[in-house]
Design a protein around this ligand. Structure first.
Ligand code: NAI
Length: 248
């Protein structure tokens, strides 16, 4: 049985990493996929091919998720091409890590815009349609540091905590319209984002994880599939850590 047969999904920042794993995982469950990334480069084209190999549709848009206007354009084009959107995954994210004392205004603003405002942009553009459809599932990619805070990541942690409050507010406000909203809080997941860290920093992280390893993008995607599907039909306003027990 395919858990997302004929569902239409929109994912931000899915050319690679966790977003790509979510796109492929959902395509494998029968969903048509629209995704965005800053550029539709060779990596993104390869993602399109891999999605299509599941026999579903793949559409990609070059778009900056932090732009309110571009987010609205993507949503209207995706709805035009796919007819409806059942699932929104706000995944696009960046880091600009540094200690608070050294953090520039630009480092603060950029992370808040890309990680938090982007989710508002897509939720703002898409929820009127989900209200008309009388349903939808919104998944926001937060982080365990949005729950715990983290040295050197004041901007990133604040953006991810903001996503959690946004998720809970959407769940309360739009639950009566049949729309569910949940957040996933990945811990240390092996991707381009974490490959930028030094070996010592990566070892320090894994030593704090009870399962003693980083997670895979597929392990995050599996929880996304659950939250997108009817298996989670009574789950809303929640944060699900996917962190090997690190945040407990
Ligand atoms: P990644 O850097 O491998 O992929 C992020 C994707 O988002 C890239 O394809 C990038 O081009 C795209 N992107 C960046 N800015 C964008 C923008 N303004 N508009 C559209 N697309 C944009 O990162 P990864 O690890 O796959 O992260 C995905 C999400 O998961 C992020 O929100 C991240 O904060 C979150 N996360 C990751 C963790 C990890 O350990 N890798 C842990 C916790 C959360």
């Amino acid at each position: 049985m395919q858990l997302l047969k004929d569902k239409k999904v929109l994912i931000t920042g899915a050319a690679r990493g966790i977003g790509k794993a979510v796109a492929l995982g959902m395509a494998g469950q029968g969903a048509d996929i629209a995704f965005t990334d800053l550029k539709i480069d060779d990596q993104a084209k390869e993602t399109i091919k891999q999605i299509e190999a599941f026999g579903v549709r793949a559409i990609a848009y070059a778009s900056d998720a932090a732009s309110f206007e571009q987010a609205h354009q993507v949503v209207s084009q995706a709805v035009h091409e796919l007819g409806r959107i059942d699932v929104l995954v706000n995944n696009a994210g960046i880091t600009r890590d540094t200690l608070l004392l050294r953090m520039s205004e630009q480092q603060w603003d950029m992370v808040i815009q890309v990680n938090l405002k982007s989710a508002f942009n897509f939720i703002h553009a898409l929820t009127p349609l989900m209200v008309k459809q009388k349903g939808g599932s919104i998944i926001n990619m937060s982080s365990v540091v949005g729950l715990s805070g983290n040295t050197g990541q004041a901007n990133y942690s604040a953006s991810k905590a903001g996503l959690i409050a946004l998720t809970k507010s959407v769940a309360k406000e739009l639950g009566p319209r049949g729309i569910r909203a949940n957040a996933i809080a990945p811990g240390f997941i092996i991707s381009d984002m974490t490959d930028q860290l030094s070996e010592a920093v990566r070892k320090a992280w894994t030593d704090t994880i009870p399962l003693r390893r980083g997670g895979t993008p597929q392990e995050v995607a599996n929880v996304c599939i659950f939250l997108a599907s009817e298996l989670s039909s009574f789950v809303s306003g929640q944060v699900i850590p996917v962190c090997g027990g690190m945040y407990t």
